[in-house]
Design a protein around this ligand. Structure first.
Ligand code: WQD
Length: 327
């Protein structure tokens, strides 16, 4: 049985679907602080909090857990600057609780949800695994600290882990079964879709004077289902005896904010209001992943690289989920 910590959240729920489709039995552990019970559509559910080590012990006692995937973390970069304690406690200290119980139960396979935020400002793009890791905010620090803890636990206790550093996770399940809960994110695509559906007055474009082709920031938008496939391959890799490893996950194509906005107008057919605004502090002009290592070692290949396909999947889910909220 595979434990999905934070499996009631955006990314965890997609991984739950993919693992189930691939024949794994899953149990979701989540405190529902931002996760939603509605997104736990497969496997077992155990409501518990990583801050309470006995909750973790209980789930390990109840189910024969062989491997753990961990998505339960706070992820708002701006908030992490204002309230670092919240981030270090949840993203680092609570993860140590999880490791402690894994150790007590001799469970050694672990997949970690890491981030491009561990790299900080890019020294070159595309960013490969050799790029220096110098985070520029507490959120990125928390992810990097856990990577270091995993490295040391791996050396000392024989833990085997895969750390997956996502670039800009986006989109929703192509069958519209799960997605990002509306109002739960400050990322570009959900905000653009909120503008399209009328939950926001406009979308603000943070800066159009960057040294990029159209002046707006370029990001690597990686579809959440492609992330899900990578997690299942990473788990298989560990089950087959693979060594601990970190991989960058992106679609390798950069899209600008303007391209995202244009795609959303095309996909939704709605001409929502777009307002030019100042640059947002801390935004690098361009972030694009080099995911060759994951492609070579895990045999992973992102499938949903077309921006319109990505935005369309997110839009279908967004309309459905906003309809649920209105009921
Ligand atoms: C994308 C682009 C904004 C909102 C963040 C974290 C990163 C990772 C992914 C978790 C940027 C622009 C945004 C808006 C805009 N998180 N934008 N108007 O900042 O690339 O990455 O999420 O691991 O660590 O930093 O994502 O979606 O916030 O922004 O113009 O209202 O859209 O300036 O260029 P970001 P984002």
């Amino acid at each position: 049985m595979i434990l999905i910590v934070g499996g009631a959240g955006y990314i965890g729920s997609h991984i739950n679907k993919e693992l189930t489709n691939q024949g794994y039995k899953t149990v979701v552990f989540d405190n529902l602080s931002s996760g939603r019970k509605e997104l736990v559509k497969w496997g077992e559910f155990f409501e518990g909090d990583l801050g309470n080590i006995n909750d973790i012990r209980e789930v390990f006692k109840k189910y024969p857990i062989e491997g753990v995937l961990h998505f339960a973390a706070f992820k708002a970069v701006g908030e992490s600057v204002l309230d670092p304690q919240k981030y270090y406690k949840n993203n680092v200290a609570n993860t140590l609780n999880l490791f402690e119980v894994m150790k007590e139960n001799d469970v050694k396979k672990f997949i970690f949800s890491s981030s491009a935020a561990t790299f900080g400002n890019p020294q070159y793009v595309p960013i490969d695994e050799k790029h220096p890791q110098t985070p520029i905010n507490p959120y990125g620090e928390t992810k990097l600290i856990v990577e270091h803890i995993m490295r040391d636990y791996s050396n000392a206790y024989g833990f085997k882990y895969v750390s997956l550093r996502y670039f800009n996770a986006c989109g929703a399940d192509l069958e519209t079964e799960v997605g990002e809960w509306p109002g739960s994110s400050s990322n570009l695509i959900p905000l653009v879709l909120d503008a399209a559906i009328g939950r926001r007055e406009d979308i603000k474009v943070f800066g159009n004077d960057y040294p990029t082709p159209d002046g707006t920031c370029v990001r690597d938008y990686i579809h959440v289902t492609d992330l899900a496939t990578a997690h299942v391959l990473a788990l298989k890799y560990l089950i087959d005896g693979g060594e601990s490893q970190c991989f960058n996950l992106g679609n390798g194509r950069g899209f600008s904010v303007t391209q995202v906005v244009d795609s959303a107008k095309k996909v939704t057919g709605i001409d929502f209001k777009v307002t030019m605004a100042d640059r947002r502090p801390g935004d690098p002009p361009e972030l694009v992943a080099d995911s060759k290592l994951a492609q070579e070692v895990l045999k992973w290949q992102p499938k949903y690289q077309d921006l319109d396909v990505i935005v369309d999947s997110a839009w279908k889910w967004h309309k459905l989920a906003c309809g649920l909220l209105d009921k």
